[in-house]
Structures are given as C-alpha cells and as structure tokens.
Design a protein around this ligand. Structure first.
Ligand SMILES: [Zn+2]
Length: 166
C-alpha cells in the first residue's frame, strides 16, 4: 500500500510574507512593508508561488521517536520528493544536534538525534511549548504543533534572532 507523501504544496503568499524564514524581521521591516503593499496592489494571480511544506514529515519523525532510525529514514525517503528536509530536524553527528529547529516563520520543532542503539531520540525532551518566547505578537508560534504558552513581550529585546530559552 502506498502511503501519503510527507509534504504538501502550499500557496506561499498565504505564509511568510511579513517575516521571512531565517531572517530578522525587525531589520527587514521596511522591505517587508514594501513587499506587502506591492502584494495588495498586484492581482493575486501574478503573485501566487507554490512551495512545499514538510510539516507532515516533521510530525512523522516526532511520532517515530524511539524507533529504529534506519527504518524511519527508509520510510521517510520513500514518501518524500527529496531527503534533505529530514536532516533539518535529525542530527546524525553530535556536533549538528539542536535543541529546537525553526522550520517556518513561527513554527518550531524538537531537534532530533540518533542514539548509540540506532534509535531516533529527542535532543532535549524537557523543551516544550512553554520553553520559548514568541518573536512577535502577530503570528501564532507553535512548538511541535502546540501553541506557545508565553505571550509576546514587546519589552524583550526585539527581534534578536533566536527566541529566549527559559
Ligand atoms: Zn508575526
């Protein structure tokens, strides 16, 4: 039986217009505002771009914590268009391990690793939706799909890339 792909097509105009992935929103405010005003002037048809969303892959990987990595990897590859998004979350070398990974403008997942027994594990399982502070007040920030519990605090040092780990 063929299983569903672990990615989906998205209309990128619906996401990520005002903060770009990996960028610092506050340093880019002027260009972002310009882009938004252009978007409202132009007809939708001309602005639609297609992207791929790997959220189903990230949920799949989280559901496989404790499972044999080689089997998880083989199944993931068979259900993807390319394999590199697997390694956005999963660190094969200890030096690549991350406690959390930002996969979208306000979307975070646990960093994963492969243990000595060849099983998939969470790098820091004490990290959860209450661990990080949101970077802005306008986006719903999620950790492993669960909304952050901390409210955005504009008094915090604004926009300095990574959220605070409490
Ligand atoms: Zn926002």
């Amino acid at each position: 039986m063929k299983k569903d792909p672990l990615f989906r097509k998205v209309n990128t105009t619906a996401h990520g217009i005002h903060h770009r992935f990996g960028g610092d929103f506050h340093d880019q405010r002027n260009s972002q505002l310009l882009r938004e005003s252009e978007a409202t002037r132009l007809p939708m048809r001309g602005k639609v771009r297609r992207g791929l969303d790997y959220t189903p892959l990230f949920r799949f990987l989280l559901s496989k914590v404790g499972a044999n990595w080689n089997e998880v990897h083989a199944e993931a590859v068979s259900r993807l268009d390319r394999s590199d998004p697997i390694f956005w979350l999963v660190a094969i070398r200890p030096s690549d391990e991350k406690e959390y990974v930002r996969t979208g403008e306000a979307t975070y997942f646990s960093g994963l690793r492969v243990d000595e027994q060849g099983k998939l594990q969470i790098v820091n399982s004490s990290l959860g939706p209450s661990s990080l502070a949101p970077l802005c007040g306008c986006c719903t920030h999620t950790f492993n799909g669960v909304p952050f519990t901390q409210a955005f605090d504009p008094a915090l040092q604004p926009g300095k890339s990574a959220p605070r780990v409490i």
